[in-house]
Design a protein. Structure first.
Length: 324
């Protein structure tokens, strides 16, 4: 039986467990990582044994203490028999697919999902969902408040990283008064926005190389209302391990007159990932058509086809929607 929890019930479920696994989505972003590290830190202060899992490598965020404690894809490779926990709490994910192999390798008595994606399917028994929250980190701030959990400086920096990245530095349309209030409270708790911003706003040379390749593919359609760019799998493979493509979709997004921006990344022979941004239409509906998800203005999905076919599939579904 599926149940939507309130904040207190969510907090209680976490405190009732002793051995807790936290899972975050593949291609982990600042919100997923920051929320998990913060929640783990709070729960460890209550004597809980907490392990964070992600079925991927982590690019960037080296400035966050404890980032190395997160179990990544190489650690999952070593798990031959499923691990067992009292609770598996899945953060910042709207579908089970987003945690990859964790669903087979990490089992638990209870499953909880804390999330802010409007496309959330309610895929486990217990869910705390706030589709209006700018970030999962915003929810964790509210959870800490409801439970009177102490947010120390390190926890505040983790949560600020999540809030700051998912809200586009408190500027995207998902930013609401509660987002700013949470940010202010984190500042009071010792968060250091300037340090976080400095650490996030750097680009390594491999990423720059890949970005120049992608920019060269910039293509416009529908009188310039759609802009998209791509990297094919040969180009991607050259810098796959080092380059961080998270911000690439912002380049088509910021072009004058563009309403829908997409970055296509061919990660393997028949796997193309789409990162989509919109200024008008609800792009999460497009993502859902391809079994992805996200928010009204930022969404993603994976199409199990080569790049060219994935682009064609996307164009065929966006056609009617961008015209209206
Ligand atoms: P991104 O373009 O990767 O920054 O993702 C934009 C938003 O869509 C984020 O909130 C993601 O969590 C969500 N998202 C991206 N890819 C997927 C996917 N394959 N399935 C569900 N949600 C996704
Ligand atoms: Mn995320
Ligand atoms: Mn998020």
């Amino acid at each position: 039986m599926k149940k939507l929890l309130d904040l207190k019930e969510t907090g209680k479920m976490l405190l009732d467990a002793k051995q807790i696994a936290l899972a975050i989505h593949m291609s982990p972003d600042g919100d997923a990582i920051g929320s998990a590290l913060a929640l783990a830190r709070v729960l460890r202060a209550y004597g809980k044994e907490v392990t964070i899992f992600v079925d991927d490598i982590i690019k960037g965020f080296k400035f966050l203490p404890d980032i190395k404690t997160i179990k990544i894809d190489a650690d999952l490779d070593k798990i031959t028999e499923p691990l067992h926990f009292d609770l598996l709490c899945i953060l910042d994910c709207s579908t089970i697919n987003r945690i990859g192999r964790i669903k087979e390798k990490v089992l638990a008595d209870k499953y909880l999902n804390i999330d802010h994606h409007i496309s959330n399917e309610g895929f486990v028994d217990y869910t705390y969902l706030d589709g209006d929250a700018a970030a999962t980190a915003e929810i964790i701030c509210q959870l800490a408040k409801a439970m009177q959990w102490t947010v120390d400086k390190q926890t505040a920096n983790y949560l600020f990283t999540g809030l700051y990245t998912d809200s586009g530095s408190f500027a995207y349309s998902c930013t609401r008064p509660e987002t700013m209030c949470a940010g202010a409270e984190l500042l009071q708790a010792g968060a250091e926005p300037h340090k976080i911003d400095e650490a996030i706003d750097v680009m390594d040379k491999d990423t720059l190389w890949l970005l120049t390749k992608a920019l060269n593919t910039m293509t416009f359609d529908f009188d310039g209302r759609l802009a998209y760019m791509w990297v094919d799998r040969e180009i991607y493979a050259a810098k796959q391990k080092s380059a961080d493509t998270d911000s690439f979709v912002n380049y088509p997004r910021r072009i004058e007159g563009v309403e829908v921006a997409v970055f296509f990344k061919e990660v393997d022979e028949n796997i193309t990932r789409l990162s989509m941004r919109s200024k008008k239409i609800d792009i999460s509906k497009i993502a859902l058509l391809f079994n992805g998800g996200g928010h009204e203005r930022a969404a993603g999905c994976t199409i199990h086809k080569p790049l060219k076919e994935a682009i064609a599939d996307f164009l065929s579904v966006i056609k009617d929607r961008i015209d209206n």
